[in-house]
Design a protein around this ligand. Structure first.
Ligand SMILES: Cc1cc2nc3c(=O)[nH]c(=O)nc-3n(C[C@H](O)[C@H](O)[C@H](O)COP(=O)(O)OP(=O)(O)OC[C@H]3O[C@@H](n4cnc5c(N)ncnc54)[C@H](O)[C@@H]3O)c2cc1C
Ligand code: SF4
Ligand code: SF4
Ligand code: SF4
Length: 409
């Protein structure tokens, strides 16, 4: 028999997976809930009531050993890597530090099915797919168990993930590990894999989608642009102004419930090093900004200070910034404003497809209006395509005669 574990309330459960990783009987599994996010379900016939899943849950007690006021830097690496990174490429530099010691790096990729999952890599050439933010909650699987094994074998490890995943790893290991470098992201919040799947399915014919990348820098670092590449070579760019998924993410329409009040966002932070985008840096010093992106870096403990001193020679730019400035310009507070129509979106999504529900919720309009408008847009599209096709097949002579007639009129 299965039952909900309810170690913490739905509002507090981040889906971090610590309970699933710790259970000695493999009695816990994260299963998809009503809104599409994963929550732990316990197989009672296997459970021996050892209580470890409660002990390890960061939702019940947040680790708090790091600095209450972190040291802060604005930094970036070489241009070539920055072009492929969300911000200043600090993730790559920290990863290379660990890989050069023969260690392993854990980070998030979009796999062939466009699923966000944590993977383990051991070579620099394997880092590319881990770069760039994926605005989807990742499946951490049994990474915490695997990291414990790596550390036991004496290997260096870098773990990169959201603050709640970093809190989970800290609690799972239960002690300070000298050879572990934890890196947490400044985290706005996460949508579910289910919503990303639905968006992709409704926007691109699945069999034809070759690659999907968030945070493309073609139009500058501050642009929230994603790019879909189809198998026939067609490239489609989406911005936060035009694309439903980008809009919904940035306007906090379909984030996980636990992201609204997140204790892991505020210091003490959960990584040894925290990385993010240095928003509003121009208000501190315009000369520090750079179109290819600048990372916000928090050094949260002495281990971080030491490693930072070692990677400094590889940085192209690195300046100290008063922490008060950075702490007042990014998502480093527990509470964020959630879109007022969040609940409406999830209710509508029970009945309607993702794009109709998202559009109705974002635009505050009825489903009927949205559907009618979609029909009109589809009709306009068809007309445009048809006239394009007709133009392509008409012989030039006929086109010239047509132009003359129109001119005379
Ligand atoms: C869901 C999400 C929300 C974010 N919100 C903010 C924000 O509000 N403010 C801000 O300043 N920065 C935010 N970031 C962080 C920022 O976008 C960059 O990821 C960060 O600055 C690192 O940039 P980089 O150039 O050093 O590394 P990159 O090379 O871009 O590396 C990206 C790193 O992020 C990890 N990662 C990517 N996707 C995920 C995921 N879904 N879950 C866990 N880890 C992931 C990868 O493993 C990799 O380590 C967010 C990132 C994500 C994934
Ligand atoms: S350990 Fe993580 S996934 Fe498990 S109940 Fe707690 S917050 Fe939820
Ligand atoms: S109490 Fe122990 S055995 Fe039961 S689900 Fe939790 S960790 Fe597993
Ligand atoms: S906002 Fe908090 S709860 Fe949500 S994914 Fe980020 S760290 Fe986890």
């Amino acid at each position: 028999m299965n039952r909900d574990i309810r170690i913490v309330s739905e509002e507090q459960c981040t889906g971090c997976g610590a309970c699933e990783n710790i259970c000695p009987m493999d009695a816990v599994a994260l299963k998809e809930g009503k809104e599409g996010f994963h929550y732990p379900v316990i197989q009672t016939s296997r459970c021996i009531q050892c209580g470890k899943c409660k002990e390890v849950c960061p939702g019940l007690k947040k680790p708090d050993t790091n600095r209450r006021i972190p040291k802060c830097r604005a930094a970036y690496g070489e241009d070539e890597i920055r072009r492929e990174s969300s911000s200043g490429a600090v993730f790559t530099l920290l990863s290379e530090y660990v890989l050069e010691k023969g260690g392993a790096v854990y980070g998030v990729v979009l796999d062939e099915q466009f699923q966000a999952i944590h993977v383990r890599v051991t070579r620099k050439e394997e880092l590319a797919p881990l770069r760039r933010s994926k605005y989807v909650q990742s499946n951490v699987g049994f990474a915490y168990r695997q990291i414990k094994e790596d550390l036991k074998a004496g290997s260096w490890v870098l773990f990169s993930g959201t603050p709640c995943q970093n809190a989970a790893l800290r609690k799972f290991l239960g002690k300070e590990e000298e050879r572990l470098l934890q890196v947490d992201l400044v985290c706005h919040g996460v949508p579910s894999q289910k919503s990303f799947d639905a968006y992709l399915k409704e926007t691109y014919p699945k069999a034809e989608l070759k690659e999907f990348l968030f945070r493309i820098k073609d139009a500058g670092h501050n642009c929230m642009v994603s790019r879909a590449t189809l198998k026939d070579g067609t490239v489609i760019s989406n911005t936060a102004d035009t694309d439903l998924y980008e809009k919904g993410f940035h306007q906090s329409l379909f984030l996980r419930k636990s992201c609204e009040v997140c204790p892991f966002a505020e210091p003490p932070r959960q990584g040894d090093v925290t990385i993010g985008d240095f928003w509003k840096l121009e208000e501190y010093n315009p000369a520090f900004t750079d179109p290819l992106g600048v990372s916000l870096v928090f050094l949260n403990n002495e281990k971080a200070d030491h490693i930072w001193a070692e990677i400094r020679p590889k940085l192209k730019f690195d300046e100290p910034i008063p922490p008060e400035f950075a702490l007042s310009h990014n998502r480093v507070t527990a509470r964020i404003d959630i879109h007022p129509n969040r609940e409406r979106f999830f209710e509508l999504w029970q009945e309607e497809c993702f794009s109709v529900a998202a559009r109705a919720a974002l635009e505050g309009r009825s489903v009927r209006e949205i559907k009618q408008q979609r029909q009109r847009e589809l009709w306009e599209d068809r007309k445009r395509n048809l006239s394009g096709r007709v133009k392509r097949v008409l012989p030039q002579q006929v086109k010239d005669i047509g132009k003359k007639i129109l001119k005379k009129k």
